[in-house]
Design a protein around this ligand. Sequence first.
Ligand code: KIV
Length: 253
Amino acid sequence: MAQAGDLITCVTAYDATYAYWIGQAGVDMILVGDSLGMVVQGHASTLPVTVNDMVYHTQLVQRGNDQAWCIADMPFMSDCTLEKSLETAARLMKEGGANMVKLEGGQRVLPMVSTFSQLGIPVCGHLGLLPQSVQKHGYKVQGRDEVSAAVLLADALALQAAGAEMLVLECVPSALAKKITQQLSIPIIGIGSGSGTSGQVLVLHDILGVTVGKAPKFSKNFLAQSGSIQSALQSYVADVKSGSFPAPCHEVG
Ligand code: KIV
């Protein structure tokens, strides 16, 4: 799809019913995000999410999902050693039924990405704002200065070389996200990173305008102008596919 210029859509889901309707709306990929720690479990961050939580929610999603590619997040500290990360990825695929696993970070995760790739485990990287590193870096736009932008590009290229087959770029200036997309051959899925990527991902609760507290500036409440959850999801797909979402007003830096 990325090579054909067909913009890719992704939405987070955590249960069977939403997974079903997300698929019916024509969303290409479902991310069982560890954002479930915040939007489902009510924690202040994603850090408390366990591997059991991720396996359980991936199972729920896969019971309702009959068409979208399903990516499951490796939760905080489940990838801190190669052995642990292999156990986690195996559980997410064998018990959860995920098609792909996603892990946060650059240089640190290269050995995991390379081993997964050799074992036939499709892997998605995640660079930019890393919610699992919030205690160290905060929820801040990443790659604003020249040095950090160069590190992000180098990390993206290294992940691709190690075998990553997709990359999520979160809260990166749109010009940098576009440059990374142009320099890599794998699909780059943006969130808060402008419109120059191969596709977009949003958290379901932001799309439906039910986020507790302030919704991120880069998100859009698609339910506000739709009569139903189903048509809100269809509008999200139509707007991403046509390039009208994200608009310049959704850019973060
Ligand atoms: O956990 C999640 O929902 C994510 C997205 C924000 C990309 O990783």
